[in-house]
Design a binder for this molecule. Structure first.
Ligand code: PLP
Length: 397
């Protein structure tokens, strides 16, 4: 049984704050400060370039990949860490398309995060082989899977509404139609139990700065199904994915298995922070996280609906149909979020009118949730959100 009182002690949270934005950027694991300082001083400082061999820097991407694997239902040796999620989407989609050269459609939905669609657009343009990026509504995805689809490219949990796709069922449907799947787990990894092997997913990608708490700019990860690994032709054929990088051959030959999904030099300092974050996850059971997350999100949803009649629920009411966030629509949502932040309650806003709140059992309690509801109810009732300082838009919302 996961001890959430203990996990909470392992995070630094700003004083007097209620942090409901771990679905966007997780807070600082206390041990990360020391871990990063050690990497800087003892490793970079004392070993300089020797750190690549002596401090195990070169192994970090696959070692951290194996630790993430447990959280997403993947075997060791199938997950590689590094680069950004946008790049991982490109990499996974390119590899997936390679397996279906005769098909021309990439199917996605309009609940997908824009970067996934932008990266797909860019890739298809540069392939210049008459591919089509077909975008339908999330509820129409199932019906749109047919024999023309090469790749089903979806984000499991909608970043705006928290709506959860049935990854297993849609993957089975895609396979029955002869397509392969790429799943973006940005809002799933560390949020809900995932069984990539059980769902027969072909490729998956995700980030580590949200629920996994790896820090701003933390590296992304990619998963490739074991039986596809040896046939993957990397589109981002960087030197560190080469079979023998230090032979400096002029011709690219992919490395063994998941090693070929490496690209270039790993971000060592950022990986040190991620390593400290993953230490916390080692004692966590994802089923316990899900149970507690549903308790917290339901408490919030019920509390807000009972006290804030002007807010419209944007997330599925059934907790089994959503990830670990709850969103409400309100025309002046941006200002309400600013008014909340001014009181130490952090959520965020996604245009045009979505207020998002993430529920992260590792460091959130029922009291936090009740406190957040109370502040939100007061802001809505008093209309205090409608002050000039809460209308000024910052670059990041
Ligand atoms: C589903 C999804 N994909 C991709 C990204 C962003 O990718 P990157 O890490 O490259 O900025 C986000 C960011 O929130 C996201 O929610």
């Amino acid at each position: 049984m996961t001890n959430f009182t203990e996990t909470r002690k392992q995070f630094h949270l700003p004083k007097d704050s209620i942090y409901l934005d771990g679905n966007s950027l997780g807070p600082l694991p206390i041990a990360a400060s020391q871990r990063v300082a050690t990497t800087l001083q003892n490793e970079w400082g004392e070993m300089v370039i020797g750190g690549w061999n002596r401090a195990g820097w070169m192994n970090q991407p696959s070692a951290l990949g194996d630790r993430i694997a447990r959280l997403i239902g993947a075997p060791n040796g199938t997950v590689m860490v590094g680069d950004t999620l946008s790049l991982r989407v490109y990499q996974a989609l390119a590899a997936a398309l390679n397996t279906k050269p005769e098909r021309k459609v990439v199917l996605s939905d309009n609940g997908n995060f824009p970067t996934d669609l932008y990266m797909a657009e860019g890739l298809l343009r540069s392939l210049d082989k008459d591919h089509e990026l077909k975008i339908v509504a999330p509820e129409d995805i199932e019906a749109a899977i047919d024999e023309n689809v090469a790749v089903l490219l979806l984000t499991e949990v909608d970043y705006k509404t928290g709506r959860l796709h049935d990854m297993k069922e849609l993957t089975a449907k895609a396979h029955a139609a002869g397509a392969v799947t790429v799943w973006d787990l940005a809002h799933s990894a560390g949020a809900i139990p995932i069984d990539l092997v059980g769902a027969h997913v072909d490729f998956a990608v995700g980030c580590t700065y949200k629920y996994l708490n790896g820090g701003p700019g933390a590296p992304a990860f990619i998963y490739v199904k074991q039986d596809l690994l040896d046939d993957v032709q990397p589109a981002l054929s960087g030197w560190l994915g080469h079979e023998k990088p230090f032979d400096f051959d002029l011709e690219y030959r992919p490395g063994d298995g998941i090693e070929r999904m490496r690209v270039g030099t790993p971000p060592v300092i950022q990986m040190a922070a991620l390593e400290a974050a993953l230490d916390i996850w080692d004692d966590v059971d994802m089923d316990d996280v899900r149970t507690k997350s549903i308790e917290l999100s339901t408490l919030f949803l019920d509390g807000v609906e009972a006290t804030c009649p002007r807010l419209e629920l944007a997330s599925p009411r059934d907790p089994n149909q959503r990830g670990s966030q709850v969103s409400f629509r309100f025309e002046h949502g941006y200002s309400v979020i600013q008014a909340l932040i001014a009181r130490g309650v952090t959520g965020d806003f996604r245009a045009p009118d979505i207020m998002r709140f993430g529920f992260t059992p590792l460091y959130l309690s029922e009291d936090d949730v009740l406190g957040a509801v109370e502040h939100l109810a007061d802001i809505m009732k008093s209309g205090s959100w409608d002050q000039p300082e809460f209308h000024a838009r910052s670059a990041v919302t």
